[in-house]
Design a protein around this ligand. Structure first.
Ligand SMILES: *Cc1c(COP(=O)(O)O)cnc(C)c1O
Length: 480
């Protein structure tokens, strides 16, 4: 935590910066900020998950805070840094809860430069360079997922907006003007954002069909078929099957190839939610496990999950860009024709947004500065760690798992009832070195270990395993 400096070392730029600092002031400020940023990343992988405890007085001060007089720069920066410090350190390798988001310095720099340049990227004409840089990344995404010519990716704020954007495209394709008749098919483990998206775009909550499945983890293809046919017979308009390329709860991958066959057979849209798992496609094992994803009509991706970017970057890849133009283009007549290969798109015609953050920069810069290999290696390492953790857990007496992980999330239960699960979880998290979370499966509490940070190392997982063994061997085992 930087301390507010005394008046003596208050930097030369002093208090009350003009809206446009002169170059010397700008540099002094950036130098100070760069020191803070470097400190934010120093040793971050091994920090405890438990950050600074929340200070109620600090929170109350922020809530009462109003803009007015200019503050001394050091004091303002110190407040900002303290706000960052309070709560969990989500960037550390010990973050094994929910879906970890790790963050990259190089993406933060890309974001700073993009924001400093403040280019308008809703349309291509004012900023052809910025739009081209982003479109290069978008084409890579389309190619990575085996999409044909005519596919289109767009960057959004996250997976929720990506799911929403895809569902609008599906609705406009299959149920234009009739959202109240549209039905969508999801697995029991589908992410809540799918329901939220459906509701937001006028699909009735009761028309989001939750398909029960044998193992509770993966969509049952034949159940979906029966439900679609029944709904059609009842005069409804089956619109989209939403499959998971890695569920949030357990990382389970649906049978994407068979669902693609089914969707083609029934004439409905196949959306694959790969917000958590999509980028495992970069690895050999992930490519095999996500086989069939290349046949989807649309795919949600979250670079702020499995590409380690800071929060605020999601993506959707759509097989046929005309579906996006039909859904979001406001000059549809003019835009219906596919553009020339080298014509840049107007991104505002492809999503709900008009003015938008230039997200391409923070995705492009890390890919350039690191190359692809470290991303692939990190994802491979996550797969290894999760597989190892699973085998170790499965070998512990009384511990049951949800099966070998499809990707990098392991679900497990210790002996005993739900209260025992909560107690074990509390024990694992008690020292603040790691953080795991829990969920429900078939109405029972299940613990989960989610490896998705490029900073998670073997020793983090080893710590979890050792601590769980301690807990299992404690004198009171079995009495909870
Ligand atoms: C995280 C997640 C989402 C939502 O993405 P946000 O980026 O949080 O909006 C959707 N689907 C799945 C499978 C997820 O894991």
């Amino acid at each position: 935590m930087p301390e507010a400096s005394s008046a003596a070392d208050e930097p030369a730029y002093g208090r009350g910066l003009p809206l446009d600092p002169d170059p010397a002031q700008a540099e002094a400020l950036l130098t100070r900020a760069s020191t803070l940023v470097a400190a934010l990343f120093d040793g971050v992988g091994d920090r405890p998950v438990a950050g600074t405890p929340t200070d109620p007085a600090f929170v109350a001060g922020l809530l009462a805070d109003r803009p007015g007089e200019a503050q001394p720069i050091e004091a303002a920066l110190a407040t900002l840094m303290e706000a960052i410090a309070q709560g969990h350190e989500s960037r550390t390798g010990g973050h094994l809860a929910y879906i970890p988001g790790s963050g990259l310095l190089t993406a933060a720099i890309g974001e700073l430069l993009a924001s400093a340049g403040n280019r308008y990227t809703g349309l291509h004409a004012p900023s052809p360079g910025a739009v081209a840089l982003e479109v290069g990344v978008l084409r890579w995404l389309c190619e990575l997922f085996g999409m044909p010519e005519g596919a289109q990716a767009v960057l959004l704020s996250g997976g929720s907006m990506a799911n929403l954007t895809a569902l609008v495209a599906a609705r406009e394709r299959h149920a234009p003007g009739r959202p109240q008749l549209a039905t969508v098919y999801v697995g029991e483990q589908a992410h809540a954002s799918v329901r939220k998206a459906a509701r937001t775009i006028g699909i009735l909550p009761e028309h989001v069909r939750v398909c029960p499945s044998g193992d509770g983890l993966r969509l049952d293809v034949e159940t979906v078929r029966v439900m679609v046919k029944q709904d059609r017979a009842d005069g409804l308009v089956p619109t989209a099957i939403v499959a998971a390329a890695g569920t949030t709860n357990f990382g389970a991958v649906d049978c994407l190839g068979r669902l693609a066959d089914l969707a083609a057979d029934l004439g409905v849209w196949l959306h694959v939610d790969g917000a958590y798992g999509g980028f495992f496609r970069l690895t050999e094992r992930g490519r095999a496990r996500l086989a069939g994803i290349e046949r989807a009509d649309s795919i949600t991706l979250d670079p702020h999950k499995s590409l380690f970017l800071p929060f605020g970057t999601g993506a959707v890849v759509v097989r046929d860009r005309r579906a996006l133009v039909d859904a979001f283009g406001e000059e549809a007549d003019y835009l219906r024709d596919l553009p020339d290969a080298d014509q840049l798109p107007d991104l505002a015609e492809l999503t709900p947004e008009l003015t938008r953050e230039w997200r391409g920069a923070k995705l492009w810069l890390p890919l350039k500065l690191h190359g692809l290999a470290p991303f692939v290696e990190a994802l491979d390492a996550d797969l290894d760690l999760a597989a190892w953790a699973h085998d170790e857990l499965a070998a512990m007496p009384g511990v049951t798992t949800c099966g070998p992980p499809d990707l990098s999330i392991v679900g497990f239960r210790v002996p005993g009832d739900d209260a025992a699960q909560d107690a074990a979880l509390a024990h694992l998290n008690a020292e603040g070195r790691v953080r795991l979370s829990s969920t429900h499966l078939d109405g029972r509490v299940v613990l989960r270990l989610a490896v998705l940070s490029h900073r998670t190392r073997r020793h983090h997982v080893q710590y979890v395993l050792d601590r769980l063994r301690d807990w299992l061997e404690r004198p009171t085992t079995g009495t909870t």
